[in-house]
Design a protein around this ligand. Structure first.
Ligand SMILES: [Zn+2]
Ligand SMILES: [Zn+2]
Length: 826
């Protein structure tokens, strides 16, 4: 056997990447009548270097893209950059480099890395959200939303990070801390812009049951975030002013309301105590509680602090006076910002009642009853209604609709639906973002920038420093502007938009990235949308995916997209972990993909990520795993290259009429492997697909040992090797292309049709049939699949063990379950 040349990943990878680029292999356009497949991975933030999480996410995507291309689909596989955001600004502050320069340099180096991994993107569609071509259209969309009342301005308490000196969205607060820098978050009052996402709360909620291609886990997280609950709003008359309205999901406890509690932010919290002896104490308390972090206040273990307002409401059902308190445990963001307290049946209310010595009335009694004075916890279970007027004696759950009817008939309350979802505050006091296209005029008030004056370009000469407001506020040429309405001196909004706005519609813009008459080109968008497969981290299960669903609806209503939901199928891949923890700089357990590529090559890096675990599970880094992947590719290389010249002269065949013995066995394995790999790729079981290909390599080696150098044998060998290469191609595109070419094929693998198995070969040729006598297992026999029944019967009757068990008894009946079982009834 002749010595084959060594496997040199670097040389062959660079060679084929250059070919792909030259041929524009992944460049696509709309082809009417040809089925499309839009494959999208979440675009990266240009931090400067790709990490193993990216390698994994994009390797999964690339397998699917190449596979779908081989299946003949017109595959859109774009890539771009979520390029606005705080790290660029932080780099500017720390290293004195302009965010624009920093971002561009990072994009260039990451793009090089992605190319070096052999990912097949249509780079002609590359988007960087910091390009004015992109964010200018975002301003246009903002103005359209403003026209429709979907954007509004209000003063609201906001999460504020003193370290980053910026407002944070609720989603950016993790356990009361800033998601970026972990500084404790405080509350500030600020006038800002909001997107009215709550108007879509019900639809966004209801559609979660119409997304069968999404993981249940993500749908549950979205549902919980939107937080739809059915309940009732009840009006409690006040002594002084009109009434205090609360929302409750538990009308069956209304008769047990013994006090009420306001959030410190509730307007009545400061007006009720005015002129009473409690005024000063309440105002001091409200001031203090308002700056406390919300998630801290929502903590159930929090010590309940509160003050009496001096005012009373009337329980509309019992007509009893109930005192009104202000407490930090009620949040303005939920319901009406006021609650009715039922200490008998709510643990939080119970603790507050004990602390302030308030009365406890039970309205639901468990079997055997309860003594309120002896209770150590609220009773939160079901039971029989007591102390509840005409509802006494009913089961509490059955009483709910009756109480709701009663409240509505007397105009005391209304059935209602409540959502946990709040409107999306998008103002950021930051520089590196999309300027909000609004002008403030002393005469005219809020004036939207006229469409013809768009885009509002982010000036590149702003001084970026760590200050409490946007650097744009210190940029007179930017902030000073003439009012478009009256012409008098006015000033621009100097806040920029939350970067989550950019990532909420980029998937639409990929369909028409160079369109310059509108944000989107309807015809192109309609060809490509919806995204057939979206792939990204589960950490985006709530914010990014919910905002994108919201934005897609807006673009649908503006007439730019035909579909209501943007993502047909979603795959959320697991994390990459090392030594038991997620890879992160702070933990010092980061593996640099560059090292992996330099040492082993891109194909090994890809193969390791895909083989080590199924996509949705966490991937544990292992040096052994990487070496194993590398060894497999070496083995594949030698298998082909050691006999490439010889094989190149043979016609491949995987279907043969007269195949026998080893040849037949090999052909069956080939077809079964095609079937297995196809099914596994379709289900994203990429690791088991690779395992099946590795098995095929073993089978080919076994075949070689049999020494079948006859014409049939060589044709089958060539057929098996050709198909092995086709099956591995989406996973390891470089080595397979090199081997394919070495075998004398012309053309690129992405253009080759994906193999289809022959059913006749996929089935096992031999089956094991159980032989029973009077229902008892007596023997098993290996027979040809689908053997003729008469032949099968006579074969079984000729078996010695069967004869022994029959012992001359007469056979009355023979029951045959084809390919499985023969039962002789004697
Ligand atoms: Zn921070
Ligand atoms: Zn004006």
């Amino acid at each position: 056997m002749k010595q084959a040349k060594e496997y040199d990943p670097k040389a062959i990878e660079e060679k084929w990447q250059a070919v792909w680029q030259k041929e524009g292999l992944f460049r696509v356009s709309e082809e009417k009548g040809r089925e499309k497949f839009y494959l999208l991975e979440m675009f990266p933030y240009p931090s400067g270097k790709i990490h193993m999480g990216h390698v994994r996410n994009y390797s999964i995507g690339d397998v699917i893209a190449r596979y779908k291309s081989m299946r003949g689909l017109n595959v859109l596989h774009p890539m771009g950059w979520d390029a606005f955001g705080m790290p660029a600004e932080n780099a500017a502050i720390q290293h004195g480099v302009h965010p624009a320069v920093w971002t561009r340099e990072n994009i260039a180096s990451m793009k090089k890395q992605l190319k070096r991994l052999g990912f097949g993107y249509d780079w002609d569609r590359e988007i960087a959200t910091c390009d004015v071509d992109y964010y200018g259209w975002e301003q246009w969309i903002f103005l359209k939303m403003y026209e429709r009342g979907l954007v509004y301005r209000k003063s609201a308490p906001v999460n504020y990070c003193r370290q980053c000196r910026t407002v944070l969205a609720n989603e950016q607060v993790e356990d009361g801390r800033c998601w970026r820098c972990s500084e404790e978050v405080v509350q500030n009052e600020l006038t800002q812009w909001f997107f009215a996402i709550t108007r879509y709360a019900d639809e966004l909620y209801e559609y979660t049951s119409k997304l069968p291609g999404w993981p249940d886990r993500v749908l549950t997280m979205q549902r919980n975030w939107i937080g739809k609950s059915y309940g009732v709003e009840v009006d409690f008359p006040l002594e002084k002013s009109n009434s205090l309205t609360i929302f409750t999901t538990r009308p069956d406890t209304l008769y047990g309301v013994t006090f009420m509690v306001l959030a410190p932010e509730h307007p009545l919290a400061v007006t009720l105590p005015l002129g009473t002896p409690y005024e000063k104490e309440v105002l001091t308390f409200v001031e203090k509680a308002r700056t406390q972090d919300r998630s801290f206040r929502a903590d159930l273990a929090l010590k309940k602090e509160g003050v009496f307002t001096g005012a009373y409401a009337v329980n509309p059902l019992t007509e009893q006076k109930v005192p009104i308190f202000v407490s930090n445990f009620v949040l303005a963001q939920y319901g009406t910002g006021a609650i009715m307290a039922v200490p008998g049946h709510d643990q939080r209310d119970f603790e507050f009642a004990r602390e302030f010595d308030l009365s406890i009335i039970l309205t639901i009694s468990p079997e055997g009853g309860l003594d309120p004075a002896a209770m150590e916890h609220a009773y939160e279970g079901d039971g029989t209604m007591v102390n509840s007027g005409i509802f006494n004696g009913m089961n509490n759950r059955n009483a709910v609709p009756a109480i709701l009817d009663y409240l509505e008939a007397r105009h005391i309350g209304r059935r209602t639906v409540n959502y946990r979802l709040k409107d999306w505050g998008v103002s950021r006091q930051r520089y590196w973002g999309t300027p909000i296209p609004i002008i403030y005029c002393d005469e005219c008030g809020v004036v939207p920038v006229p469409y013809e004056d768009l885009p509002v370009v982010l000036p590149l000469d702003a001084r970026v420093e760590m200050v409490g407001k946007s650097p744009l506020a210190d940029h007179p040429e930017f902030s000073r502007v003439d009012c478009p309405k009256c012409g008098k001196k006015a000033r621009r909004e100097t806040d920029t938009m939350d970067t989550f706005v950019e990532s909420s519609w980029y998937f639409l813009r990929y369909a028409c990235p160079h369109h310059n008459e509108a944000p989107l080109d309807r015809e192109k968008v309609d060809y490509w949308m919806p995204v057939d497969q979206y792939i990204g981290g589960v950490e985006h299960a709530v914010l990014h995916l919910l905002y994108s669903r919201f934005f897609n609806r807006i673009m649908h209503e503006l007439g730019f997209v035909g579909v209501r939901e943007p993502f047909e199928n979603l795959l959320t891949q697991g994390m990459v972990i090392k030594d038991g923890a997620k890879m992160s700089k702070s933990k010092g357990n980061v593996v640099d993909p560059d090292y992996l590529i330099e040492r082993f090559g891109a194909d090994t890096a890809r193969l390791f990520c895909l083989f080590a675990s199924p996509p949705e599970k966490d991937l544990e880094w292992s040096d052994k795993g990487v070496e194993g992947s590398s060894r497999f590719l070496q083995r594949l290389w030698r298998l082909v290259m050691e006999r490439a010249e010889e094989l190149a002269k043979v016609e491949p065949a995987i279907v043969m009429e007269s195949a026998d013995g080893e040849v037949s066995r090999l052909l069956h394995v080939v077809h079964k492997t095609i079937k297995k790999v196809t099914e596994d790729v379709e289900r994203f079981h990429l690791n088991t697909a690779i395992a099946a290909a590795m098995e095929l390599v073993n089978s080919i080696h076994k075949f070689l040992e049999a020494g079948r150098t006859d014409r049939e044998g060589m044709q089958a060998l060539r057929g098996a090797i050709d198909h092995l290469i086709l099956l591995v191609a989406p996973f390891c595109p470089h080595i397979t292309q090199e081997l394919w070419t070495a075998l004398g094929h012309e053309g690129l693998l992405v253009g080759c049709p994906w193999p289809v198995p022959e059913e006749a070969y996929v089935r096992e040729e031999v089956v094991t049939v159980a032989v029973q006598v009077n229902g008892k297992l007596r023997d098993t026999v290996e027979v040809e699949r689908d053997m003729d029944e008469t032949a099968l019967k006579s074969l079984i009757l000729s078996l010695e063990r069967v004869q022994r068990h029959l012992a001359d008894r007469r056979i009355r009946k023979v029951i045959v379950v084809p390919n499985k079982l023969v039962n002789l009834v004697a």
